[in-house]
Design a protein around this ligand. Sequence first.
Ligand SMILES: NC(=O)c1ccc[n+]([C@@H]2O[C@H](COP(=O)([O-])OP(=O)(O)OC[C@H]3O[C@@H](n4cnc5c(N)ncnc54)[C@H](OP(=O)(O)O)[C@@H]3O)[C@@H](O)[C@H]2O)c1
Length: 390
Amino acid sequence: MDALAGSPLGWLCVGITTLFGVTLLCMAKRSLAKKANMLVWSLLPTLLGLLSGAGLGAGGGLVVFCIVCLGTWVYLGGRALLPVGDKAVLITGSDTGIGHALAKYLDSLGFVVFAGVLNKDGPGAEELRQTCSQRLSLLQLDITNATQVKEAYLKVSEKLKNKGLWGVVNNAGILGFPADGELLPMSTYRQCMEVNFFGAVEVSKTFLPLLRKSQGRLVNMSSMAGGIPLPRYAAYGASKAALSMFSGVMRQELSKWGIKVAAIHPSGFRTGIQGTPDLWDKQEKELMENLPADTRQEYGEDYLLGLKSYLLHMPEYCAADLSPVLSAILHALLAKRPHGIYTPGKGAYIPLCIFCCFPLWFYDFFVSKMLSSDSVPRALRTSEAESKNL
Ligand SMILES: NC(=O)c1ccc[n+]([C@@H]2O[C@H](COP(=O)([O-])OP(=O)(O)OC[C@H]3O[C@@H](n4cnc5c(N)ncnc54)[C@H](OP(=O)(O)O)[C@@H]3O)[C@@H](O)[C@H]2O)c1
């Protein structure tokens, strides 16, 4: 420590850090928490520089100090947000859940919100009408209906009067019935692709000319299940994986136009997506009706009827507080340097890292432990019992 502390180089570090710290504090004008955060980040380079100075000598300490200063500056720069100003954002699927909460949140921040709803006369739309400012416009927008997408585009263009649209948040989505991929009817695969992928692609393609005008942001709500394979999510996961890949390619292609693209991969949040008992009954009936007799026999009635209990328990694993997703979307919309992928929510990041960095057998083992289930198809139970008796 003596090598740097008290030396002219040590004082230089402290001087630069003070200047760095004051600049950061000026940047964090309003929030006290932000000020404390910035202070910590501005002191970090000096501390690390002094500690390294003790081990590496004055020159080494100064090099560490400079590297940490640069790293901190780049990191904090990535967190800096653009002003809201009169930025306009279109959100799809604002009737319920994340889209609904996002419409209210962005409206409260001063955005001009175009809230696309599946049912303009429904309770979700009515609540937005009652609680949001005059800036918010409701749009009848079923994203699988090409005419409604076109009409929404014309209405938004007319309202914006030749100005660009800052953001499109492709939020609308459906879950389908979570069940083994072999059991899911083809209609579930088709519906998931129709809404979660083709709908989002059509909205993106339609509104891109308006995003180009403002060099704005395209934000796609994918899912944790779109980045990693998870049992029971063959239809939903595949449609979200397609959306994530679309986002990645668009991110690369649209950067030349100054448009930034982000995919959000949340873990579980408690919203309308988990469905209702009526919907589960309907989906279960459809699944049962489409099952070949021998598959039905092999899985067994109790396994098939138990699929629904997964949905009953789903809310226990889902967070009620949507703020991590809302913050991620806000960052994607306003950060000077938004990320390509966001992983809001408990447990969203680690499985993705394991999937990307470890061998597949290890990832599969990890998932089997994470999502261990007691239910076993009838044919496997019988063969297990037979092998025990031998
Ligand atoms: N909640 C989670 O745990 C979670 C996790 C990962 C990803 N996500 C994704 O986050 C997004 C929002 O989901 P959420 O959790 O907020 O669920 P949600 O409450 O069900 O919201 C989805 C919204 O999309 C609407 N919608 C369905 N089909 C549509 C269509 N064809 N056109 C336009 N709107 C349509 C729904 O309307 P109706 O209510 O009238 O059907 C609903 O308002 C989805 O893309 C979902 O996949 C959610």
